[in-house]
Design a protein around this ligand. Structure first.
Ligand SMILES: NC(=O)c1ccc[n+]([C@@H]2O[C@H](COP(=O)([O-])OP(=O)(O)OC[C@H]3O[C@@H](n4cnc5c(N)ncnc54)[C@H](OP(=O)(O)O)[C@@H]3O)[C@@H](O)[C@H]2O)c1
Length: 266
């Protein structure tokens, strides 16, 4: 199954990243988009889609509609597009905390796929987790997944885990920025110029992540391979264990998951 005409309702940070990624992969796919304010049209000139402020016009004739407005704008936007959706259109929502059941309650028996992406989508290095609504079948999931594969990696999980996904990969970039910032600060402490220190820290995180993803090895084995007996790394690791890094990260994900659950009105 392939999209014939795509619409992105809400071309902000995420919507624009998605359009650019999809355009880079499918040069010929017609893409429409809609924004709320006329000022936004100028910013989006040349983004690879036909952007309008008329949401009904944007969704007309599309077989896939991605809704990428803020969660609080979802009810009004869903009501606006309801009348203009073609029968059988696939609706994909990226709105945090908005369940497929709530979307189906507004739109009726339409196939809905809910997605939780993260900010590195902007660079094509995102992590998006998809979950199907009651009327979305395997072909809808495959189509939705192919679109988000254009801006990073994808996984499929049951909807009950979406708050956990928010706590790990949704909030995760912030945790890693803190790690990079701290490593860079440490580099300065031991005499490395700040700009170089930040480069060393960030590239080290990127390289380590690629080792895990591309070699498919367990992170513990990769760590062991760097740790020479009586060497330097083991001393560094001992400090991290004493400082409770492991349990602190674990608690951060658990706490962010609980907060996502508290904010989830479903
Ligand atoms: N940013 C992320 O990395 C990220 C990650 C995970 C999930 N999300 C989800 O993605 C959604 C969008 O987030 P964002 O950060 O991209 O927000 P954003 O930058 O504020 O973009 C929202 C867009 O929606 C448009 N909009 C608002 N009301 C509208 C309406 N009535 N009709 C048509 N367009 C309308 C806005 O138009 P104007 O430009 O004219 O104001 C803007 O372009 C949110 O639901 C968020 O939970 C985002």
């Amino acid at each position: 199954m392939k999209a014939k005409r795509l619409c992105v309702v809400g071309v902000g940070t995420l919507g624009e990243a998605l359009i650019r990624g999809i355009r880079a992969r499918w040069a010929e796919l017609p893409i429409a988009g809609s924004v709320r304010r006329a000022e936004s049209l100028e910013r989006l000139a040349g983004c690879g889609a036909e952007i309008t402020c008329d949401v009904a016009q944007a969704v007309a004739g599309c077989d896939v509609v991605v809704v990428a407005v803020k969660p609080q704008a979802m009810p009004v936007v869903l009501r606006k597009i309801r009348e203009s959706l073609e029968p059988g259109v696939l609706v994909i929502s990226v709105a945090a905390g908005v369940t497929t059941a709530r979307i189906e309650a507004e739109l009726g028996q339409v196939p809905v796929v809910r997605v939780m992406p993260n900010t590195p989508c902007v660079l094509g290095a995102g992590m998006s987790v998809l979950t199907p609504g009651a009327f979305a079948g395997p072909a809808h999931m495959e189509l939705a997944r192919s679109l988000f594969d254009a801006v990073g990696k994808t996984a499929v999980l049951e909807e009950g885990l979406m708050n956990a996904v928010t706590g790990l990969s949704g909030s995760g970039p912030a945790y890693v920025y803190l790690v990079i910032e701290s490593l860079a600060e440490a580099g300065v402490k031991v005499g490395i110029p700040r700009a170089t220190s930040t480069l060393l820290a960030a590239q080290t995180v990127l390289g380590a992540a690629r080792m895990v993803l591309e070699l498919g090895e367990h992170p513990a084995l990769l760590k062991d391979a760097v740790t020479t007996p009586a060497g330097c790394t083991v001393d560094g690791l001992m400090e991290l264990e004493e400082g409770g890094l492991r349990v602190t990260l674990l608690k951060a994900v658990v706490r962010a998951t609980e907060r996502a659950r508290e904010l989830d009105p479903s």
